[in-house]
Design a protein around this ligand. Structure first.
Ligand code: ADP
Ligand code: MG
Length: 332
């Protein structure tokens, strides 16, 4: 679209097209045509459907304006790759819509580097986008392949399924609590939790390995209770969770019990996968953990009914009144 702020742009050290060319244009690989034309061209693959997802990161809402640009570039793509992972899809390509208050090379170079390093690690190619002046916002649309019958849909969970989660939960929330001055952490512990918040690892290999094993999956971005609620609503089921089984990092395990429960159950931004699978898949799923170098933990089961029942390891009910993160319900 034509934009009517050319006077401001000539003052900027980099023009719109200069910065696209310098930082976001590379030779097309898998794509038939990449950055530079009206559209990118991507060939469909026989027997696969395209999995497509968009996630937007807004300054001051999803990240602090002064976050390291390399971390921001990584995270903007990571949260999108995480959606592909949660669908069991293999990453192929992405587009990047960028609103920038100003075009500064010292900021754009590490942003692009952080983003494209993660893209390369997953063979996911940047094929286009849009660039405009405006409040700092990154919006990525990612595309991946998955065999149609094996997509890990939220509505495919079944009563009696085991409930699993990857990695550890609540770590990003622990770091956020330090920024929000809710609590403090020792420097080393904070650094570890902050890395979980700023440079999350999308569980792409796990998602693909769960094809044909898991029934339903999603990535935990808004907190386990809220996100699990999406699977339950879509599948028309309820669940029982063993809160003692929830996987936690060493740093988490040192926190007061109340704080642990809050972070484990409602902390977002960890981008672990939560998935359901039949009991018959237990051994096969457990066997994925070693090769992936990723803990996979059974945390409960699905059942007929609605809602989530929290229990301790002995089966006694656990009271919890927190709620999941919702941009339009929250004060923050
Ligand atoms: P149009 O006017 O047709 O929308 P643009 O002038 O916005 O095209 O963009 C020119 C080319 O640069 C297009 O191929 C577009 O996909 C690509 N592009 C624009 N911004 C970005 C970006 N941030 N990252 C990657 N490609 C981009
Ligand atoms: Mg455009």
């Amino acid at each position: 679209m034509t934009e009517f702020h050319h006077a401001a742009q000539t003052d900027a050290p980099l023009s719109e097209f200069g910065l696209i060319r310098r930082y976001f244009t590379r030779p097309a690989r898998d794509a038939v045509l990449g950055v530079g034309d009206d559209c990118a061209l991507l060939s469909p693959r026989v027997g696969q459907v395209l999995a497509i997802s968009t996630d937007m990161l807004v300054s001051g809402r999803h990240f602090f304006a002064d976050v390291a640009p390399a971390h921001l570039g990584h995270k903007a793509l990571a949260v999108n790759l995480s959606d592909l992972a949660a669908m069991g899809a293999e990453p192929r390509a992405f587009t990047l819509a960028l609103a920038l208050p100003e075009a500064r090379a010292e900021w754009l170079a590490p942003l692009a580097q952080g983003m494209l390093a993660l893209a390369d690690a997953h063979g996911c190619e940047l094929i286009g986008g849009d660039t405009t002046k405006g409040p700092l916002t990154l919006s990525i649309t990612v595309m991946g392949d998955v065999p149609a019958a094996q997509a890990l849909r939220r509505d495919a969970a079944q009563a009696g399924d085991d409930l699993w989660v990857s990695g550890t939960l609540g770590d990003a929330r622990l770091a956020l609590g330090v920024f929000w001055q809710e609590w403090s952490l020792a420097p080393e512990a904070f650094a570890a939790m902050r890395a979980r918040m700023e440079t999350p690892t999308p569980r792409v290999a796990l998602g693909m390995a769960l094809r044909g094993l898991a029934h339903a999956a999603l990535d935990v971005s808004d907190g386990l209770l809220g996100d699990l609620g999406h699977i339950l609503a879509a599948s028309g089921l309820g669940a029982t969770l063993d809160v003692d089984a929830l996987p936690r990092s060493a740093v988490m395990a040192e926190q007061p019990p109340e704080r642990q429960l809050q972070c484990l159950l409602t902390g977002g931004d960890d981008y672990e996968l939560c998935f359901t699978a039949p009991r018959t898949a237990r051994a096969a799923i457990a066997a994925l953990s070693g090769p992936l170098g990723l803990p996979l933990t059974r945390i409960g089961y699905l059942e007929r009914g609605t809602g989530i029942r929290l229990q301790d390891h002995a089966g006694a009910p656990v009271a919890f009144t927190g709620h999941a993160f919702d941009h339009f319900a929250s004060e923050r």
